[in-house]
Design a binder for this molecule. Structure first.
Ligand SMILES: Nc1ncnc2c1ncn2[C@@H]1O[C@H](COP(=O)(O)OP(=O)(O)OP(=O)(O)O)[C@@H](O)[C@H]1O
Length: 352
């Protein structure tokens, strides 16, 4: 069995093509980083992106789950759909990783192990038994045999941990591609290596200060170009000099998903401004800037959140929610014993 290369790879990545693309990728992600704070509640975009990331990442496992299900589950305590559980696990794992990073400023092997456990609680932990291979499901061909021995897996993870947390001559966007390939090739877990590796990508960008919080929806590009991505991983397994192509792929992913996220933020911002104008005109007694910001802080709200955040009484909250529904700003829905209100226009932006 061929041994895995350790980091740093002995490949020159400073080619003209890479540097040109790197420049565009850095401009795109820089623009995104600067834009996030235009929203009244930057946590909204974080939460929306995390749910998308979680939803699409888990969709690979053929889980059909909608934004509505996930958000209803977040807002109410009722269990809406079993499928959204996996998505919520993924979201929790991103949040855990982000908190860890904020307190330690370091990505440790232990954190990666914990992230995988949160994503896949039933199959958590580093592989202890041999037998894991990566197969092409269409052809049943073995495409990669990752290290089988636990000690070897741990040594490779240590090498990865050192590489992630030490400065080197490459830009972090290039390093992210190298780290991602290496992590997937070590394939340290029985399951959830893909999902854990995609979480690691965005956490690494936060560690290197390319973004302030994990708002880059990078998995979107990887998932949408899955065949090319799998082909590249396979090529790199055979010959590590192909890693240049993987770097180009990841840089393109950064460019496309930065642009996507920028567009999303701008559209949400436009909608907020339009809602302010319309609500002032149609519901002068109800309108306040805080109220609009509350509606755009979440996809769903309910009487309790309304009361607490706007410091109003239950009857006033009920009156406002009814008026907002009558004028089409919110749509109510019963979930278990509760009534929740969704911001349908915001939901539509996100679904389109
Ligand atoms: N030839 C290969 N070499 C290295 N890694 C590979 C190769 N082919 C696929 N992979 C990685 O393995 C991941 C799948 O591993 P696993 O099934 O453990 O993860 P998952 O999170 O359950 O699945 P998914 O990534 O499909 O959501 C892929 O996402 C990819 O990153």
């Amino acid at each position: 069995m061929k041994k895995l290369n350790t980091l740093p790879f002995k490949v020159n990545l400073n080619t003209i093509d890479v540097l040109k693309k790197l420049n565009i990728a850095n401009n795109s992600i820089g623009e995104l980083k600067g834009l996030v704070n235009i929203l009244p509640n930057p946590n909204l975009i974080l939460s929306l992106i995390n749910v998308s990331e979680s939803k699409d990442s888990s969709a690979i496992e053929n889980i059909i789950t909608t934004y509505e299900d996930i958000y209803k589950e977040l807002v109410s305590k009722a269990t809406v759909s079993k499928a959204s559980k996996e998505v919520l696990n993924y979201k929790k794992a991103i949040e855990y990783g982000y908190e860890e990073l904020n307190s330690k400023k370091f990505i440790s092997t232990n954190s990666i192990v914990r992230i995988q456990e949160l994503v896949e609680p039933n199959k958590g932990g580093i592989r202890k038994l041999p037998g894991t291979v990566i197969m092409n499901m269409d052809t049943n061909e073995i495409v990669h045999i990752p290290p089988q021995d636990e000690i070897e897996i741990r040594e490779l993870l240590k090498n990865l941990e050192d590489y992630m947390n030490t400065e080197n001559d490459y830009d972090p966007l290039i390093n992210m591609a190298l780290i991602h390939y290496q992590f997937e090739s070590i394939h340290p877990f029985y399951d959830a290596n893909g999902r854990t590796g995609r979480i690691l990508n965005i956490l690494y960008l936060v560690l290197k200060n390319k973004i302030q919080s994990p708002i880059l929806y990078l998995s979107k590009y990887i998932i949408e170009n899955k065949n090319q991505y799998y082909e590249l991983l396979k090529e790199c397994n055979e010959d590590i000099t192909s890693i240049t192509k993987m770097v180009m792929f990841i840089l393109e992913a950064v460019i496309e998903t930065s642009r996507y996220t920028i567009d999303l933020i701008l559209r949400i911002n436009d909608l907020i401004n339009m809602t302010k104008v319309e609500m002032k005109r149609r519901l002068e007694d109800v309108y306040s800037e805080e109220l609009v910001h509350h509606l755009f802080g979440y996809l769903y709200t309910k009487n309790e959140f309304f009361r607490n955040e706007l410091h109003i009484s239950r009857p006033t909250a009920t009156k406002y929610l009814k008026a907002l529904e009558k004028e089409g700003f919110l749509v109510s829905e019963r979930v278990g014993k509760e009534v929740v209100y969704k911001n349908i226009q915001l939901l539509n932006i996100f679904k389109s």
